[in-house]
Design a protein around this ligand. Sequence first.
Ligand code: FE2
Length: 303
Amino acid sequence: MGVMRLGFVHVRETDLEKARQYYTQVLGLQEVTRQDGRHYFKCWDEYDHHSVVIENGGLGLVKMGYKVESPDDLARIERAAQTFGLTVGRVSKGENLGQGEALRCILPSDHVLELYAEAEQPGTSVGVLNPDPWPSQQAGISPSRLDHLLLTAEDVQTTVDFFTQVLGFRMSERIVPDQHSQELLAAFLFCSNKAHDIAFVRGPNGKLHHYAFWLDSWNDILRAGDTLSRNNLTIDMGPTRHGITRGTTIYFFGPNGNRNEVFSGGYTTYPDFPCITWTADQIGRAVFYIQQEVNERFNTYLT
Ligand SMILES: [Fe+2]
């Protein structure tokens, strides 16, 4: 019961055609369809209708969707979110292309979160009967799935309270000022067995730091770097390793300026996983373990 995973990100792009080329040829996602000025994409190993939506009009996040196990979860979460004090509403079936009814929550961080239980599942090209391990037709980086996103919040604690108390997420890691302080500078939350399914760092409300796609190995991360360079895209940091999650990573910018990440590895979590704490004086190792420092652009650039 409860929230399963990040289902989709819906973002704004200043130049849709440039973005479309990037998503299909560089990231190597499949374009599912386009309708009413929106383009829909999915990764090769995702069964649901889509995982990325883009539309015109600046940069940043329009909304994100997390998929829950059943419609009963929506009713339960709706009551709990109202009790928590959030503004919630229903999104009727079909309003989000290929998806069933959703529950829309305006987070304490001002981001729009939609929870939904049902999506059309056109499946994948390798199928579910005696499948090949990967499809014969692949372009660009070709991640297998969307993985997580990092957002900024003025009040990280209240946003974390909502995710933990209402949605059932758990905190795998946190950054605090020092070991005697509980003040959250950043929080990494999971609803699955992964090291994180969403993260919040202190910053302005409503802003996007990055959304990340999953790759299977460190070698795939390196090859992704080659593909990004070949296509003249700007790298923010990497390839390197995070102290937090212990995953391997590259941060880079799409052609219009939204930041993306390719991510691989990271440890496995369970409900009894103790929260790992990083103190602010160690933030360099926490974020980029090898470089031991965080570059200014990574700290300040948001869309
Ligand atoms: Fe990330």
